[in-house]
Ligand binder design. Structure first.
Ligand code: NAP
Ligand code: ZN
Ligand code: ZN
Length: 352
C-alpha cells in the first residue's frame, strides 16, 4: 500500500482536517501520480457537505488533479515516469457498455467510477480525491498535460474546462452562433473563454454587477445583470444556446425566454435543491429544449486540453495552501473567487 496525506471531510459540517490513509498498490495497468496541484470545484463542497447524497466519511474530495508520474505498472504504455499528467472526475468505468464504447465514459450505463463519489473496483473502498499527495489511477483514465502548459492552470481544465467544452461542442457553439453563459464562477469563466475561442458571440449573465468588467476582459461580447428584467429583455429570443452553471436553485423561465426557435439551455450547475419547474409555454411556443450535461469523456477531455494549449485558453486562478482550504471554501460558497482556487500540494508535503 502507498501512504497518502490529505485534508478530508470528517462529517458534513466540520472544517476539513488532516488525514493519513493508504492508496492501493500500483497494478499492472496503473499509474502512480505525485499530485502537484488540485483545483477546488463547487462540487467538492456540495459532496463533502452531504448535499447530494450520503457520504462515507472521512472523505477526500478534489477532481481537478495535475501531477507527475512516479511509477507505472508493467503493462502501462500510455504514460511513463516523469510525465506531467491530469486526472479529472473519472478514474474508471465498465468499459463495455454502449457509452464506454463510444468514448463517453461519463455516461457509463453502469455508472462511472468517480475520482471521489465512487467505489474503487480493486479494493471495494470509497474512492478518495485529489486534496492529497498521491493517487493511483488506471492509465486509460489519465490525461496528458500538453507540453509547456502551466501546471497549476491546467488543473481546473480537468473539471471546469471539460464541463463547458463538451456541451459547447455538442450543441455546435461557433461562428454565427450566440451563446449565453450563466454565472461567472469556475465553470462559467471557462465557458466564456471557450465559447469565445470557438468563435461564438458570447453573452454573460451574472448576478454580480462587480463582475461585468471581468466578464468582458475574459471574452464576453456583452454582460447582462440577470436580476434586472429590463437588461434581460435586450436578449429575448436572441440566443442559440445557453449553458447554465449556477450552483443554486433558481427560476429557469427568464433564461428560456431568451432562446431563439430551436434554441437549447443546457444545465450543468448541480444545486443541492431542485430548480422550480419551468413553465411549458415558453418551451413549446418556440420548440425550445432544456437539457443537461455532465463533464465529458476521456477522449474529449484530451481534445479539450489540446484545444486549450493551441488557443491559449487557461483559467484565472488564485493559489491556496492546503492549510487554508477552509477559508477558500468559505469564499467559494459566497461566489467570491477570481475565478478558481488551486491548491499547491507542496504545502501538504512539507512538515505538517
Ligand atoms: P462557482 O465557482 O461557485 O460558480 C457558481 C456561480 O453561480 C457563481 O459564481 C455565481 O455567479 C452563480 N450564482 C448565482 N447565484 C448563486 C447562488 N445563490 N449561489 C451560488 N452561486 C450562484 O461553482 P462552479 O465550481 O463553477 O460549479 C457550478 C455548479 O456546477 C456547481 O453546482 C457544481 O457542483 C456544478 N458542476 C457540475 C458539473 C457537471 O458535470 N455538470 C461539473 C462541475 C461542477 P455570478 O456571481 O456571476 O452570478
Ligand atoms: Zn468539478
Ligand atoms: Zn460503461
Amino acid at each position: 500500500m502507498i501512504d497518502a496525506h490529505s485534508y478530508a471531510a470528517y462529517d458534513a459540517q466540520s472544517p476539513l482536517k488532516s488525514w493519513d490513509f493508504q492508496r492501493r498498490e500500483v497494478g499492472d495497468h496503473d499509474v502512480q501520480i505525485d499530485i502537484l496541484f488540485c483545483g477546488v470545484c463547487h462540487s467538492d463542497l456540495h459532496y463533502a457537505r452531504g448535499e447530494w447524497m450520503p457520504v462515507n466519511y472521512p472523505q477526500v474530495v478534489g477532481h481537478e488533479i495535475v501531477g507527475q508520474v512516479v511509477k507505472v505498472g508493467k503493462d502501462v504504455s500510455k504514460h511513463k515516469a516523469g510525465d506531467f499528467v491530469g486526472v479529472g472526475c473519472i478514474v474508471d468505468s465498465c468499459r463495455t457498455c454502449s457509452s464506454c464504447q463510444a468514448d463517453l465514459e461519463n455516461y457509463c450505463t453502469e455508472g462511472m467510477q468517480g475520482t471521489y463519489m465512487g467505489v474503487e473496483k480493486q479494493t471495494g473502498r470509497p474512492t478518495q480525491g485529489g486534496y492529497s499527495t498521491v493517487i493511483v489511477v488506471d492509465e486509460n483514465y489519465v490525461l496528458r498535460v500538453p507540453a509547456g502548459m502551466d501546471l497549476a492552470k491546467a488543473a481546473p481544465l480537468l473539471c471546469a474546462g471539460i464541463t463547458l467544452y463538451s456541451p459547447l461542442r455538442h450543441w455546435n457553439a461557433g461562428p454565427g452562433k450566440t451563446v449565453g453563459i450563466v454565472g461567472l464562477g469556475g465553470l462559467g469563466h471557462m465557458g466564456v473563454k471557450l465559447a469565445h475561442a470557438m468563435g461564438a458571440k458570447v453573452i454573460l449573465f451574472t448576478t454580480s454587477p462587480d463582475k461585468v468588467a471581468d466578464g468582458k476582459k475574459l471574452g464576453a461580447d456583452d454582460v447582462v445583470i440577470s436580476k434586472s428584467e429590463d437588461d434581460m429583455k435586450r436578449y429575448a429570443g436572441q440566443l442559440d444556446l445557453i449553458v447554465n452553471t449556477v450552483a443554486a436553485s433558481h427560476q429557469l423561465d427568464p433564461f428560456i425566454n431568451l432562446l431563439k426557435l430551436d434554441g437549447t439551455m443546457v444545465l450543468v450547475g448541480a444545486p443541492a435543491t431542485p430548480h422550480p419547474s419551468p413553465q411549458v409555454f415558453p418551451l413549446l411556443m418556440q420548440r425550445r429544449s432544456l437539457a443537461g450535461s455532465a463533464i465529458g469523456g476521456i477522449r474529449e477531455t484530451q481534445e479539450m486540453l489540446d484545444f486549450c494549449a493551441e488557443h491559449d485558453v487557461l483559467p484565472e486562478i488564485e493559489m491556496t495552501s492546503m492549510q487554508d482550504i477552509n477559508q477558500a471554501w468559505d469564499r467559494v460558497a459566497k461566489s467570491d473567487v477570481k475565478y478558481r482556487f488551486v491548491i499547491d500540494m507542496a504545502t501538504l508535503k512539507g512538515p505538517r
